[in-house]
Design a protein around this ligand. Structure first.
Ligand code: NDP
Length: 314
């Protein structure tokens, strides 16, 4: 370890509900937590609108506003909140080593992972080429640009239904492209989209290509039952097919499932590496809610505190 290497007792990676809740608990336990906020400070809730199911907000709250509240609460107890992305780790020996923005190296006694998850894409060349030019994974962020126009959204889960309903309020028409003959979403959400007159659900359809030179002009779909091709004229193409955990940098050190969700010892946030704890969506493919992320963030801070105490480091 060189003279200039910074050593941190409790490092938290990520600034969504899990990261900030871990910080609140860790700071109040005098663990001097440092948070690196990551690529999307505040996490996924900063790109949503109304949150109605987080307890304590009887009238609902805007996602970005709620995350500001989380941040303020973490700051109030002295959390050191920093810009920056953890780009590499080495968990092979103690203390753990981490690199920020591919340059600065730090060491940490306890590491709490709260890196969340990111939107998945279909993987089409045209989707990549037109990303930001009509292709988006966030209806709430970009729907406004398509006011009065015809758009499509891919997916049949709760997210796709919720975003289709949101878009239906702004747009003339919304096509939902669903690869199966049923929606995966909850009954309430299914009911909502099926009863919205300007949403048309195209069951058994997959996207072959998104068409357009500079911006989206149409999408070429294929009916996976009949092989019939259909072209829909649209200017916006939204993708809502789920998320991928942001855990690539931990590969090789932490045990994960085949998708990349970090495995924790049941009933705890402990990973297979001592002193490394995982919370929030990075370790949860089942619940993925703000409140469950906050809950596991709390667990991670408590697990880290016990670990540090056992090691005589706190
Ligand atoms: P889900 O994994 O639930 O749904 C993904 C959808 O995308 C499925 O319909 C799936 O189809 C489809 N899909 C996946 N890959 C492809 C592909 N390559 N091509 C075409 N379609 C594809 O993700 P969500 O983001 O919708 O939801 C995640 C979790 O969050 C769920 O537990 C959900 O209930 C929850 N949630 C709750 C909300 C609420 O309560 N207000 C709001 C939003 C989400 P298939 O069914 O064929 O696999």
């Amino acid at each position: 370890m060189s003279e200039s290497t910074e050593h941190i007792k409790c490092l938290i990676i990520g600034s969504g509900p899990a990261g900030y809740t871990a910080a609140i608990y860790a700071a109040r336990a005098d663990m001097k937590p440092v948070i690196y906020q990551g690529l999307q400070p505040g996490g996924q809730l900063t790109i949503t609108t109304e949150v109605e199911n987080f307890p304590g907000y009887p009238d609902g709250v805007q996602g970005p506003e709620m995350m500001e509240d989380f941040k303020k609460q973490a700051e109030r107890f002295g959390t050191d909140i920093r810009w920056g992305l953890v780009t590499k780790v080495d968990f092979s020996s103690l203390p753990h080593k981490l690199w920020i923005d591919d340059s600065k190296m730090i060491t940490a006694d306890a590491v709490i992972i709260a890196t969340g998850a990111s939107a998945k894409w279909l993987g089409l060349e045209s989707e990549q080429r037109l990303n930001g030019f009509g292709v988006s994974a966030c209806a709430v962020c970009d729907g406004y640009f398509f006011r009065g126009q015809e758009v499509a959204i891919v997916g049949g889960g709760d997210t796709a239904c919720e975003e289709a309903s949101y878009l239906a309020k702004l747009c003339k028409k919304v096509y939902m492209i669903v690869r199966k003959d049923e929606l995966r979403a909850s009954k309430a959400m299914q009911h909502r989209v099926m009863n919205t007159p300007n949403i048309e659900i195209l069951f058994n359809h997959e996207t072959k290509e998104i068409l357009g030179e500079k911006t989206v002009e149409a999408a070429l779909l294929i009916n996976n039952k009949t092989n019939e091709e259909v072209k829909i004229n649209i200017t916006g193409f939204f993708v809502a097919i789920g998320h991928k955990p942001n855990t690539d940098i931990f590969k090789g050190f932490l045990e994960m499932d085949d998708v990349g969700y970090i495995k924790t010892i049941p009933g705890s946030t402990k990973t297979n590496v001592e002193g490394v704890f995982a919370s929030g969506d990075a370790a949860d493919k089942v619940y993925r809610q703000a409140v469950t992320a906050a809950g596991t963030g709390c667990m991670a801070a408590l697990d880290a505190e016990r670990y540090l105490a056992e090691k005589g480091l706190h």
